[in-house]
Design a protein around this ligand. Sequence first.
Ligand code: ATP
Ligand code: MG
Length: 388
Amino acid sequence: MNKTLYLIKLGEIALKGQNRGLFEKRLKDNIKYKLRPYSNRLLRQKGRLFLEVDGEAPLATIHHALATTFGIVGFARAIKCNKELDAITRSAIELTSQEHFLEGTATFKVESRRSDKSFPLDSYGLSAHLGGAILKAQEGLKVSVREPDRTLYVEIRDQAYLYYSPKGGLGGLPVGSAGRGMLLLSGGIDSPVSGYLMAKRGLKLEAVYYHTYPYTSDEARGKVVSLAESLSPYLNSLVLHIIPFTPIQLHIAATSPVREHTLLMRACMMRIANLLATERSCQAIITGESLSQVASQTVESLAFTNSLSTLPVFRPLIGLDKGVIIDMAKEIGTYETSILPFDDCCTLFSPKHPVVRPNLETLRESYAKMAIEGLYSEALEKREELHL
Ligand code: ATP
Ligand code: MG
């Protein structure tokens, strides 16, 4: 079978100690899952993974798979040969004669690395030898050590590997290596970014959306589904739970002071997320909150919602300015969906003058007075579960 070879660079994983194998296995499984329509094989070597994939697989598909996998810091299509000088020289000339290498290339350099120290030439000697051979074979090219248009990389390991123009990966740790988390996903800008950041640290996510139909529209729901779809490639797959939230909102409105509505609603979201997380074997809750962005995100407000969670609550955006979060949303591809005009937070239930610095005990009493927890099991039972 005709195969395509990729060299994959590992970042933080390569620095792990005893349990490095577990991280590498998770990464291999994640890549294999993404490329499951094509036969593929992954081999591990110090600081690298080598992927051999069916030659029929479109390059764009492979690139997309590797470019969206956390734990990879870079990758490149590569060729390999015996680690003998003649064979390496032939391969170097073959690779640098490719139209793709030559396109717009006036200058180049060779950078060699020798993991196998028994190889007769040192890195500098090998680079100099290959540079000379390439100059002879490609008359138009010149060497520039400082600012080459292209660099040919050569790595001497069990065999010799050659590649150029490596692409950057996302870094982070493989999804699933850190456990499982439940993301509170709204239609806004923040929560998708928040989920992305925690997935990047290795959490496998599920997401929950509280839908207050008909006060919030079907379009608002559609927006959350498309946000979940945008996140899904980073996560391999994503289960989205859509919870019917209207009876709970109406109950809050009927049984508590208007100024406390938003915070009590947050409290209910937190409690239900805890129940759902436990049912789905998640060990943490994730929200898109950022300190003092709105009244429900002051220190006092966060202390209250936090106090209702038995699981750790991760808020990776807590210290980030909105501008930074917006830039990240653009980069990960969720921004355009997030700014669609269908509002999630129905104005009907949002007080004009919410409490900003709530007293923890007063709020906890208001929450208890509502006697609302009896409604949770029905909300959970009637949820919709989308596998994206
Ligand atoms: P976002 O941009 O993520 O909507 P936001 O700045 O609009 O955030 P809030 O509306 O106050 O902030 O929500 C704070 C957090 O609470 C959100 O980041 C999200 O994690 C969660 N959240 C809010 N509304 C919902 C909802 N309808 N369903 C699920 N989670 C929600
Ligand atoms: Mg919001």
